[in-house]
Design a protein. Structure first.
Length: 194
């Protein structure tokens, strides 16, 4: 596509969304080290100043991508929790793993320490976590747990999910499903009422 054709495809009202889509494509093609604002402007066929109008720095752009990722993770967790009674913990764990496997570059960016330190990214992560916490609270097996215990269980599920998802990204496809199932079975055994 020529620069002129790309430029005509943009509308003032959708430039920010289009920049985010282009940045996400670059992220998926080569990781966040491949993204720079001038290169993004060139890809979009616009002046570099137009990018800087929306994103003051590469860090701001990457934070925006991470916020988008946590929003998508939040939606996946919510959909899993809504459709999964009486096993919301299992469903949320599967949704978490599924998101990490489907979006490995975005997932890695979301948990990059430098990006995660950004206030808006922390807030988006907290919203996604709160969906998981609500699902744990709604689980029949946790019905008589106090708020603090539910919070601790939710942190354990989140940490196990994150660790296992990170591990599965390094495994071959056949081993991913086995590891996911073993971790879920471990969580179920751990949180099963005695």
């Amino acid at each position: 596509m020529t620069t002129l054709a790309r430029r005509r495809g943009y509308h003032v009202g959708n430039l920010r969304a289009q920049l985010m889509a282009d940045a996400r494509a670059l992220l998926e093609e080569g990781g966040h080290s491949q993204i720079n604002l001038r290169g993004l402007a060139a890809r979009a066929g616009i002046a570099a100043g137009s990018v800087y109008h929306h994103y003051a720095s590469k860090q701001a752009l990457l934070a925006g991508l991470a916020v988008t990722g946590f929003g998508e993770l939040e939606a996946a967790l919510q959909a899993a929790a809504d459709a999964s009674q009486p096993t919301p913990i299992r469903a949320c764990a599967l949704a978490y793993f599924g998101f990490a496997q489907a979006q490995p570059a975005l997932y890695a960016l979301m948990f990059d320490p430098g990006i995660l330190a950004e206030a808006e990214v922390k807030a988006a992560r907290t919203k996604a976590f709160s969906v998981l916490e609500s699902a744990v609270r709604a689980a029949a097996s946790q019905a008589d747990q106090d708020t603090e215990t539910v919070h601790r269980i939710s942190l354990a599920v989140w940490a196990c999910g994150h660790g296992a998802a990170s591990m599965t990204l390094a495994d071959n496809v056949e081993d991913q499903g086995l590891l996911m199932e073993q971790v879920i079975q471990g969580l179920e055994a751990l949180f099963r009422r005695r």
